[in-house]
Ligand binder design. Sequence first.
Ligand SMILES: [Zn+2]
Ligand SMILES: [Zn+2]
Length: 1580
Amino acid sequence: PSMVRGKSDRGDTSVVVVVLETNEVYIVVSLSTAGDTQVICVDPTTGALRHQGKQGEDLFDSEAAALKHITNGSRFLSKSTTYAKAVLGYAVLGSYALLLVATQLSATVPRLPGGGCIYTVAESQWVKIQLQNPQPQGSGELKNIKDLADLDIDGKYYFCETRDITRPFPSRMAIQEPDEEFVWNAWLSRPFKDIGLPGHCVILLQGFAECRNFGATGQQGGLVALIARRSRLHPGTRYLARGLNACSGTGNEVECEQIVWAPQKGGQVIPFNSYIWRRGTIPIWWGAEIKNAVSVEAEIYVADDPYNGTLQYYQRLGRRYGNKSSEVNATSKKKPGMVPIVCVNLLRYAEGKPETILVEHFKESLKYLKSTGKLGNTWIQLINYDWHATVKLKGQQQTVEGLWRHLKAPTMAIGFSEGNYYSVKQQLNECKGSIICNGDGGFCMDNIQNGVVRFNCADSLDRTNAANAMFGLSTSRNSEYNGRSARSLPPGWEERFDSVTGKSFYIDHNTRTTSWEHPCQEAPHKRWKRFDMTFEQFKSSTMLAPVNHLAEIFLLAGDIHATLYTGSKAMHSEILNIFKEETGKFSKFSAAQNVKITLQRRFHNYMNDSSRQKQFEMFLGLRLYKHLPSIPIFPLKVLSRPSGCMLKPVPCITPMADGGSSLLSFKKKDIVWVCQQGADYVELFIYLGEPCHVSQLLLTVSHGVEDSSYPATVDVRVGSSIDALKLVVEGACIPQCSNGTNLLIPLTGRIHPEDLAVTGNSARPDVQESTYLPLLYDFEELEGEVNFLNRVVALSFHPSPMARTAITLGEIEVLGVSLPWVDMLTNSKGVAQVLELLHEKAYTPRDLALRNIADSSSPGNDVHGSERSYTRSSPSVQPGGSGNFVDFLTGDIDVPNQSKITGNTSFGNEDQTNFFDDEFDVNPFATSSEEPVAEVNNHGKSLNFEQMMKLEIKRLYLDLSAAERDRALLSIGVIPATVDPNRSVDYSYLLKLSSLTDKLALLGHSVFEDRANASIGLEKVNSHAVDFWNISENGESCSGGACEVRAVSSLQASATSGSTSLFVECSQCERTACKACCAGKGAFLLLGNTYRDLKIYGGNQGGGYSALADSSVCKSCCNEMIKQALYVDYVRVLHSMRRKGRAEKAALKAVNQVCQLEPNRISDSVHSVQSGLRQLKQLLDDEESLAEFPHASFLHTVETADDSAPLFSLLAPLGSGVHKSYWKAPQGNTSVEFPIVLGGISDVSGVAIIVSSCGYSTSDCPIVEIWASNKIQRDDRTFIGKWDVQSMIVSSPQLYGPENSGSLDEAPRHFKLHFPNPIRCRIISIKMTLPQIGSSSTKFNEDFSDLLSLDESSFIDSKANNSHNSFIHAKRIVVFGSSLPKEMGPDTSVAIMRMRSYVDGSPSFGRFRIPVEAERLRDHDLVLEQYLLPNSPGIAGFRLDSFGVIRPRVTHSPLPSELDMKECSLIRMEDRHLNPAILHIQVTVVKESGKLVVEEYRLPEVKANTPLYFDFSDLQQDARCVIFRLLGDVTAFVDDIAEIDGLSLRNLPLASGLSLSNKVKLYYYADTYEMGKIGSLSAV
Ligand SMILES: [Zn+2]
Ligand SMILES: [Zn+2]
């Protein structure tokens, strides 16, 4: 990869952020390194970035062309335009998206040797983008988002667009492979990586980069740059980030690099040298706390286990500074391969000083490290140098001299990096050192620094600054390069020419000596002489001008570091001026300055440290589950635009040219669509731009003055084509609300009615039982079908019975999860990934790589997802893993454990019996018919909590749904509710347990996050034998032997289970415990006694816990509740794995329905994908392919032969799937019609048919007829032509007979059907008919009135007896022509205006409140009873203000696969989108007559406190009492973070925001004029 791309003459990078009047946002980027301009579109609903790389649509030759396209000339006005010079990051945060751009840059290091400019961000701006996403978000989250946008960026961050500057100069790595330790926007830049534009967001470093020219005035001397990189491993502020953290990083850790080089002249060689050192706080676990804002000293704490992580810290340094090419390291005096790390400790260590304890521990930590013997080649030396004491005692000058003396030897051992840059590669041939290539040229390294000096004081602040600067000054060898130009001399020196020798000599008038050597020229043997100098010698031997320049940038750097850490400038930096001042004395002014800064800092730190810490964490994407708990990591996509359309015209009072597609357009978001008056319902058929799993329907409420005109309910059907629609929700309630309200209707996949019957809400024996709260986990989880090929969404809107006008509609969006099809089908890397996934079958619960996903469902066949027929390859099954399942039910614990599961045992719904051993009486997972109905342990005891959890674990290992479990249980006479753990413990215990489990989940995520960061710069660490939960499936027994705990009774004394005995030490009782007697790692996190160390471990920042995650605790040292919390968390984790597994299976199924992939032929597939792209290009001959999957699809399913390639393969990109395979119709189908919906409105000029590998014979050359249309109605279509393929290809004998195994690079065999003229359309219907059939079959097609009415009988007609053995077949159908820009429908604004005026008029009726006599809340405020006064008016409905709750993303600790840090799958789908939480409100009206009226409403999601009005279907007269009851997934919600504290997300059993208190008001309708003044008081 080239680090410096050809320098184009376009100049600097330009970024324009355009916000249109419609609130659409576009990011227009023209990179300095590229010749073109990319437009990145921000989805106005989800905030997702979109870029397709399509010329003329989002890829342009120039910025001007791009801007013109966006504003469409000037048709769309732009509301605001931001001009910027770099994109620094982007994040979608629920209702907002934040885009960070740099509006002003300063080129602080304009040109590094070998090219590359370092820009410091001088001014930046957060562009805040309001999104239409109505997902409720709390005010606490919103405040945190605001805080993030307040983060101070300017002057403290820098980047380089063309080369890697995260590593010591010069880096060997490419720009896109930075060292993550120093990248501060890794999280914020991810959205750009995800759309394939990684270079469009810079790699941002925090710290300082400056450069100075040190030639005397008017001279081109040398250049010196100081680059300081702050580590991100322990980000944060002074009192919260000290010492080590769980990522083995220390607070305020900075790498400093000083680069000196001669300016380049022409094509000259550039000599350079660089030196690197490091600074940070003491690398042990310690902390400090300010007692209050004015106290003088902070109190210092040292952790109980202060050296945890020190090893990793030094290992990381060793890896970074170890010189890998030791052969060039001439100066290294150490043993080859040793990496010296020299720690210079500047703390006070006199007796009685508070810092002394840290010095002692520092020494101890090094002893400890040596004792571990794990340091390898890293060699650590500690130099204690009490800076303050020495200054006091000896003055500044001698302090500096002393430092130099101390550092001479180590610095010599470490050496410098030096070398030359050659701009032409050939020049490198003579290089003797190691070579680092760089574009056309390269660096020849004469020497590479090996090891590092590291400075610290307590904070890595002022003392460190001062010592750093003095050290840096003495190591800078800037004078060397002066020799090349006119040399400048130190004051008092003179240069003379000796005519005898022809050489210059130098007179030092200060000392009255002469020398042949230039005073600034350092001979190699004198290289280190400055370390021996006195201060005065240094001054007189060195040119002061450059030193002062350098001192100046050290001063600046010190201030930046101090500001980042403490919020104030550096102190005690007056020492840096000692070269300027004659005396070098401590000035009075500085003393006063220091006192002022001290006070400032104290106050600042006390007040702001924690909020600044939070800002840094959010900036880095850390602890988001805490700061922004409801933010999804993978937001959904809007799939109904830009290329979605309406398949049928939407009825309308006024003719609309676009047939309703403007209802899908964001540009027309304020549309009021008026359907005709008096309709019973309005039906919409939406074709999505991409196939997806449909997750949400988002409606923008739109009406005239009467809000009742908007529909009251909606039915949703989805399917992969119009004939495969399935009902997913019926009668979803749409409350009445104000214009423009966004209502989100969460959808599940279709739920099988059988499942619905046995489990879930509707199966609950007593719906009134609202006291039941499944706080531990959803025991009755209903699973909807997951289908990633859904393409058509049909909506039926029904008006409210009270509606007084025509139905109105507004913007409609369909959100879902789509697979990365384009990547998977046409990008060779993506193809390889899918195949690997197929191969590995990731994400089956447990190590459930137990099975091949030999998902045999035939292509195109939508069967309910229960046709599992997995083969079970059992080696990875734990011995005895299946056995004890039943004994929990029978109560017979003492069943001998024998596992006879060997070989392949298949199980599925129909065939699970043999999974269980015959010796068991009862098998709950067998179908009832095959099992004797058993008497279930009437004699035995009922299950205890642990047994119930084990039953669930077993169930999830078997990968059974709750419904399957319930059926199995019912079949043996067990009522599922009796084994529900949520019911097995008493209520107050349930609360405690669930809140403990929630806490564990958050701690687990801290551990996960820290572990991921801790691995940066280090080799991967092996995972531990005892995992997070250590749940033993089979009631493992104590292995005895060395185990001192014996917490688990060993029923079988002779249990030699073969498992290698593993012993750990309990951190509490310090006894040795065997694996079975040890609690999971998670238990340690929950132990109360770790809280004492919290101050050191990061307090409620949660940072420190994870350092403890490697500690173990035995089972007898932790209480029951902790053990049970681990069980609950484990079951939640398995639940989540099951969901992921379901999504993965659905994805693989979808892939197989498009093209059959062969997992064992990755390299072939990659190759054929590449040649497919070439073939297509050849075939298209400059035209566009318009009907490629996933953009295009079939409108209805086409009957396909059993041994055919899948139907979608006809449209799949060339090269995907199996090379020889092709599509065929069933034998006997003599006529087939393919209705293809194109990717967008296009001008179609023809169709190409790629011939199957079997080729044509005389009997199967079809007759092809083609129609074009825009909508699905038959009368809309236009006949294009009829082609007799046989007569066409008479002259093409190569199309006959089986294909020769030709090369993949040849164009495939095909024929083209050109249209007489290009036709503008959206749908192309291609009918193929076998020639020999009589005329009867074509008649059927003429009668074909509406594709919607397509039924089975019409097909049968076409299957006329065919005596021949021929069938219709094809390899691919390619439609070609040119596509039209998206969202460029006809101008409909006049018609839209007309519709709006139709519904404008004054409302006559208003809603008025019905007063209540009394009200009562019960059942955790989920039930509200309102008692009415006698003679109250009839109730028309009620107003409900929506709840201020959020749904947290984190509900369990990370999955084992995440903990292992394996790459995640292709399917980016969050649990909550697969299993949405849906609330219902049930209303019971109690009448005076005693009669009850019950109604139930499914609640949409809306922003908090939105008033929603629900009309009853009838007016409720004579009501005495109205009871409101909140039902559904109430336990899935929590309160906004502003209202909760500390670590726990849930203080109450339920979110207090779900309380019905003050949320409900009853109303009646009345004429607003008649109500007059009274009305305005009681309006609702
Ligand atoms: Zn044991
Ligand atoms: Zn113990």
